[in-house]
Design a protein around this ligand. Sequence first.
Ligand code: BES
Ligand code: ZN
Ligand code: ZN
Length: 490
Amino acid sequence: MTNIKLSVTAKIPSAKSGTVIVLGVTGSGEKVALLPHKVDTNSLNSLDLVALGASSKFESLIRVPAENGAVFALIGAGKDELDEDSLRELAASAVRKLDGFKEIVFDLPTEDERDAVCILEGALLGGYKYASKEKAPKSKLAAIVALSDQTVAKQAIERSRILATSVDRVRDLVNTPPNLLFPQSFAEIVTKESKDFDVSVTVLDEKALKAGKFGGILAVGQGSTRPPRLVKVEYTPKKAKQHLALVGKGITFDTGGISIKPAASMVGMKYDMTGAATVYQAILAIAALKLPVKVTSYLCLAENMPSGSATRPNDVIQIRNGKTVEVLNTDAEGRLVLADGLSAASELNPDLIIDVATLTGAARVALGDRYSAVMGTADAVSAIEAAAFDSGELVWHMPLPAEMRARLDTDVADIANAKIGSTAGGMLLAGVFLREFVGSNKPGAKAQPWAHLDIAGTANNDAAPYGYTPKGATGVVLRTLVSVAEGMSR
Ligand code: BES
Ligand code: ZN
Ligand code: ZN
C-alpha cells in the first residue's frame, strides 16, 4: 500500500483500460440516481441502471463498461448524507471489491478538503491483505485519485499514507501466527524496523526485568520456554510541549496459563498482543509525522503458558511499584503485565498515560465488537473521545466504580488480580485493578491523567469485512492515539 500514488485533482482523467471510476448511487427502489460527479456519464443515460443491479444500498457495487476500456463502478451511497467516515468506508469497500485495477478514480461529492483526504485514507485502509511469506498477494493498484475541486495540502495526503501504513503494520503483526511471533521475535522486529524512524529502543530481557523488579511481566512469562520482554520505545523531538506515555498489553499467546482456557476460547488468542502492536505502531506514526510531542511506548511482552514453571493460582508476586498481588486466576494475566508497564510509565510523570489492551471477554459482552471501551480520569477520557470522533473510530465511556475495589481484597497481598466466582462488571473490575498502578505511591503526589482502552471486542473481526475493517486484525484505535498526540502538539 505504501507505494501507491495518491492524488486529489479537479482534472478529469482520460479513460483507459485498467482504470475504474467510482460513482455514488442514491435514491430508492425503482428510482436511482447518480450522486453529483465530474466525469462525463452520458453513456449511462441509455441504460436501465436498476435492471443492471444498481442500488443505493450502502456498499453494494456494480460495474458498467465505460469508454476506451475503462469501467464505471456504481456504488450504493446509502440514504444519509455522506459524512467523513462514510466516505472512508465507501472508498474502502470499493477498493476491496475492485481488485485487479491499476487505477481507481473516486468521483464522489466532497464538501471540503477533509472529505477528499478521507476518500484516500479509506481507500488505503480498505486495500489491506495479510502478506504471509508463502502467498504474498500482489495488488496491481498503482494509483488512487480523488476527483475534487478542493485544494488539499500534500501534508494531509501524506498523513493518510502514514496512518494507513501503520494500521496495516498492526494488522500484519497481529495476524502473524503465534509460533512465529513471540516476545523475543517481537522485540527483534521492533529493534530492526525502528532504525528507519527517529526513535530509540531499549529491550529489557529476563535478567534486566528481574533487576528492574518487573514482577508482573516475569510472573506471566515464567511458564513459557520463550522468555518475556519489556520494550521501551522513545520519541523525543526537540520542541516537545507535552509528554504522552503509551502502554500496550503484548501477550503473544494467551492459553490462560494454569487456569487454562477451554479449547474453543483459546483459538484466536494470538490477538492478545494487539495493544502492544498498536502503541508500537502509533509511536512510529507520530515520529513519521514529526509531531512536537514526546512519546514513550512500553510494550509488555510475554507468552502465557501452563507448565511446571508457570505461576500458580494463590502465588503472590510484586509489581514494579512495590505493590503485591495475589494471582487468583492466571488467565487474568493482562492486568499483571500492564501493572508493571503503568508503574514504569508513571515514574516518568507524563502529561497523559494511555494503555491499550485486549483485556477482558467482558468488554465484548458489554459493548459488542464495534465499540472500544474507554475508562479513566475525566480529562483523559474526554481527550480520547474527541480524538476518536475525529478519526471516525467508535469508543464508549465506561465507569470505574470505586466500591468495586473491595472485591479484590485479599489477606495475603495488597490486591488480588480477579474475583473468583463472579463475572459481574468484569471489564470495570479490570480497570479498577489497573488504577492501583497508575501514578505515584507517594503521599501527596499529584493525580496522573490516565485512560484505559479495552479493545478485546474490537481488535479482531471474525465476520466478513465491512467498510475499512478487514476480516481478522482490525488495527483499531491507532488513528485515535495519533489524533490524541496531535492534540497534545497544539
Ligand atoms: N485475553 C483475555 C481477554 C479476551 C477474551 C480477549 C476474549 C479477547 C477475547 C484475558 O487475558 C482474559 O482471559 N481475561 C479473563 C479475565 C478473568 C479471568 C477475570 C476473561 O475475560 O475471562
Ligand atoms: Zn487471559
Ligand atoms: Zn489475555
